[in-house]
Design a protein around this ligand. Structure first.
Ligand SMILES: [Zn+2]
Length: 428
């Protein structure tokens, strides 16, 4: 026991004999550290580095990682996982040849989910959202975002955000909540989109800010959503209430929404299939994260791809997320989103892992997550892989062997492992 002349450093967890994909910019691929040690104290990383030269730790619990790879906990920075009903019937329609815009104009699409979400109680919404979130947690997601946007009136938008608050309380995960009132035009405001935007700006945003129900505001800037001018009014009001900005832009057409959102200081601009390469420097200039959502592209059988080469060449940080939603991305798998980002859009496995960790965290404004380094949050995973590229490469092969969220070890199910029970088990 590390007694003697050398002072030992107290920590809660010491994880030895691991390879670390730190995703820091240490010059090595994946920020790798091949003979690594991680020490956790409380909810933060105390030490991440080579075993050689590490301090001597006095740890409450020690785990020999058996040469497994450590990565940061996964971050799914764009989901709509709170919703009522599902859209399997619409899926069937689309396969009979009706396109998404046409379905939306016929009152299907988002509005059918709005009706089901309004009809559901808070308890029902929480129960179905919890089940979807648990699929993400089982894959090693330690932080995810949820958006409102299927309520589209004060009571139902608030109901959705309260469900998000409950997810944050009940799950061992960091849950960021985004207000997406400007998602679709509700039936009550048919043909008066400006009046609905007035309502979003005058009634919803002040209330949501005052009650602390969301930290960001999002919009759907699209021909079937809202015009850039309408989105701009939402951005102005969000900023006035101290809320961050995110935006669904250039998914189905190029309305220059990404440039607009970036100029308003958006944390992220999301989708970007129709982003013009010449607009990419504006994203770089304003530091907006480009969130790539390949599942919607896949599901809609889209053919126009986001300008990945231009984003990469300009050094715009790219995040990868599921977009989990009932209409265009019924997919509760961040690892599959990483695979799709590689296969469909040509991201490298390293870019996709950074996209689902560090850059996903930045897209949520979280600066202490997504990288394994001293002082960062202790959200980390140990994987039974021989190289981190395997995470994006293989479909439905992998689940983390060990998970810590905020320094607490949990099972893939989300169940917390009590330290006492653990040491008892080890002593048997
Ligand atoms: Zn979305």
């Amino acid at each position: 026991l590390n007694r003697g002349i050398t002072m030992s450093v107290a920590c809660d967890w010491l994880i030895t004999d691991i390879r670390i994909a730190s995703l820091t910019d240490n010059g090595a691929p994946y920020g790798q550290i091949l003979d690594g040690v991680i020490a956790i104290r409380g909810d933060a990383l105390l030490y991440v580095g080579e075993a050689a030269g590490a301090p001597i730790f006095a740890a409450r619990q020690v785990l020999n990682g058996g040469q497994r790879w450590a990565t940061p906990g996964l971050v799914d920075c764009h989901t709509h996982l709170i919703f009522g009903g599902n859209r399997a019937a619409e899926f069937e329609q689309r396969l009979q040849g009706i396109d998404y815009q046409q379905i939306a104009r016929q009152g299907g699409g988002i509005n059918s989910t709005v009706n089901a979400t309004r009809a559901a109680s808070e308890t029902e919404l929480l129960s179905s959202a919890m089940a979807r979130a648990q699929r993400l947690l089982a894959e090693g997601v330690t932080t995810f975002e949820v958006k409102s946007g299927y309520g589209l009136d004060v009571a139902n938008e608030v109901k959705m955000l309260r469900v998000g608050e409950q997810l944050a309380h009940q799950l061992p995960a960091t849950v960021c909540r985004t207000f997406l009132g400007a998602h679709a035009l509700p039936a009550e405001f048919k043909d008066s989109a400006d009046a609905y935007i007035d309502h979003v700006c005058a009634e919803m945003i002040p209330l949501i800010a005052e009650q602390g129900l969301a930290t960001a505001v999002d919009v759907f800037c699209e021909s079937i959503g809202f015009t850039p001018a309408q989105c701009e009014r939402v951005f102005v009001q969000a900023k006035a209430h101290g809320l961050a900005i995110k935006a669904h832009v250039e998914q189905l057409s190029d309305l220059k929404g990404a440039v607009l959102a970036a100029k308003y200081g958006a944390l992220s601009v999301d989708h970007l299939e129709y982003l013009a390469p010449e607009d990419v420097p504006v994203l770089k200039e304003h530091g907006a994260i480009a969130v790539i959502l390949p599942a919607a592209y896949y599901f809609l059988h889209e053919t126009c791809k986001p300008p990945i080469d231009a984003l990469r060449a300009q050094g715009v940080k790219m995040a990868v997320a599921t977009d989990l939603n009932p209409g265009t991305a019924p997919m509760a798998s961040i690892l599959l989103a990483m695979n799709q980002a590689c296969v469909l859009f040509g991201l490298t496995p390293e870019e996709s892992l950074r996209g689902a960790t560090h850059h996903g965290a930045l897209a949520l404004g979280l600066k202490k997550k997504g990288v394994l380094a001293a002082g960062m949050d202790a959200d980390l995973l140990l994987w039974d892989v021989s190289h981190p590229a395997e995470l994006a490469y293989a479909i439905n092969f992998h689940q983390p062997r060990y998970i810590w969220q905020a320094g607490i070890q949990r099972l893939a199910s989300g169940a917390i492992i009590e330290p006492a029970a653990l040491s008892q088990k080890e002593s048997v």
